[in-house]
Design a protein around this ligand. Structure first.
Ligand SMILES: *Cc1c(COP(=O)(O)O)cnc(C)c1O
Length: 434
């Protein structure tokens, strides 16, 4: 469920007309529905009733400060993957103490920052990392809590670039070597063994791989509880969202009306499958959803620059490019693209919907059916709230997009569109070239 819908002919986010937002702040602009995020959060939290659960929003999906503060207000911690993300949480006025620090390449400086910020736990990906965390903690005179990321070797059946739980991925330690890694961890003076962690991939559309992974790891988690006194099990993120039929998916009852085999994962089904497996462990359960929390809560607004009628092919050329939304180019992913002003009396257009960037890969959709649109009209990329703005770049010397948050009928700029001076502020022409 999400809160994007047409009111008459005009696409709205909650009670705000998206054309108004586009006119006021220009395009390309990301727009986020805070109400949808709150719904997603509470639905997932409710589905875990009976567990001592903590949701840690995987902020690499969307790290806008306004959203971070919203999540903190909802009670979430964060799944952090860099020093920059730790600083963002602090800059948003939120606390780091419910958060976990993940990632395969933590530097000494990042480990120090995490410890000084009071991070809940480190999710460790290798044995050399244990030694480094121990060293930094010792230097600071503190103890570092850790969980080791265990690779359960299950196939998440998702896109190759976002599957992480197979043994040939760079992530985690294979289950058969994990006991030795825990024994090694327990010997470090400045490390407290506190949990176990898994994360098998992103955009999963089936429950079965989650169940398989938890079933594989649960006996080991019980062993660790007995042997090392661990107190938590982090089951990672990865819950998929609806990209096709994105508008319809916002309607009450839509989920249940889908044929069982194509029905997306609902938080209710996820909870129903996992709670019975997790509850007997008597451990605190951490979840690290990223995409599920924000994916359907955001759209990217773009303006039509040209309709180029080609020979046997039409191109709808937008002012947004793959530097603004890279998912179609990078993961071959599908986004619903809707007219902000819908006019069913117009003729249908079949076109490649593309950006202005000088690469053929700058194509959002091939041969897409959309109503005929002309210069100056707006479109919305649906389900663009996750891995959208956080993956934006300045390629082609384009400024980073603006971001707007909506709460009911209130909306406000959350990221000012970058101006040209800001895009070159860090660059210098050396003296010897002058
Ligand atoms: C990326 C990531 C997540 C979030 O994944 P989603 O698919 O966005 O839910 C959670 N945990 C870890 C360790 C990650 O790397």
């Amino acid at each position: 469920m999400h809160r994007f819908h047409y009111v008459g002919q005009n696409l709205h986010c909650e009670s705000v007309d998206l054309a108004t937002v586009a006119q006021l702040y220009g395009t390309p602009t990301y727009v986020y529905s805070l109400g949808t995020i709150a719904d997603n959060y509470s639905r997932l939290a409710k589905s875990l009733a009976g567990l001592d659960a903590q949701i840690c929003f995987a902020m690499k999906a969307n790290s806008n400060l306004a959203l971070l503060k919203h999540f903190a207000n909802l009670g979430a911690g964060f799944d952090l993957v860099s020093g920059g993300e730790i600083r963002r949480v602090i800059a948003a006025g939120a606390e780091v103490k419910k958060s976990v620090f993940a990632g395969v390449g933590k530097t000494e400086a990042e480990i120090q920052l995490a410890l000084e910020s009071g991070v809940f736990s480190f999710h460790v990906e290798s044995e050399p990392e244990l030694a480094r965390i121990d060293h930094v903690a010792g230097k600071l005179g503190v103890k570092a809590s850790i969980a080791i990321r265990v690779n359960p070797d299950v196939d998440a059946r998702t896109h190759a670039k976002i599957t992480t739980g197979k043994s040939d991925n760079k992530f985690g330690i294979p289950l058969k070597y994990a006991p030795a890694a825990y024994d090694a961890a327990a010997k470090f003076k400045n490390i407290v063994v506190r949990g176990v962690q898994i994360h098998i991939g992103s955009q999963l559309t089936e429950i079965a791989p989650f169940v398989e992974a938890v079933e594989k790891i649960a006996p080991f988690a019980a062993e660790l509880k007995a042997k090392h006194g661990i107190t938590y099990f982090s089951i990672g993120g990865g819950i998929g969202i609806v990209y096709r039929d994105a508008l319809a998916s916002g309607q009450q009852g839509w989920w249940d009306a889908q044929p069982a085999e194509t029905r997306p994962i609902t938080p209710e089904a996820y909870g129903a499958a996992l709670v019975p497996l997790l509850k007997p462990l008597g451990l605190k359960i951490l979840l690290e959803p990223g995409r599920f929390m924000v994916g359907n809560a955001g759209v990217l607004l773009a303006r039509v620059e040209y309709l180029k009628r080609g020979h046997g092919k039409n191109f709808l050329i937008l002012d947004a490019g793959f530097n603004d939304l890279v998912r179609p180019a990078m993961y071959e992913s599908y986004h619903e693209i809707l007219p902000v002003y819908r006019d069913t009396t117009r003729r249908a257009l079949k076109a490649d919907i593309v950006g202005p960037i000088c690469e053929s890969g700058d194509c959002f959709a091939k041969d897409r059916q959309i109503q005929e649109l002309g210069e100056g009209e707006y479109v919305a990329f649906m389900s663009a709230g996750a891995y959208g703005s956080t993956m934006a770049s300045r390629y082609n010397s384009r400024a980073l997009p603006a971001e707007v948050v909506v709460n009911g009928s209130i909306f406000e700029l959350a990221t000012v569109r970058e101006n040209f001076e800001a895009t070159i502020a860090a660059e210098r022409v050396p003296g010897f070239l002058r």
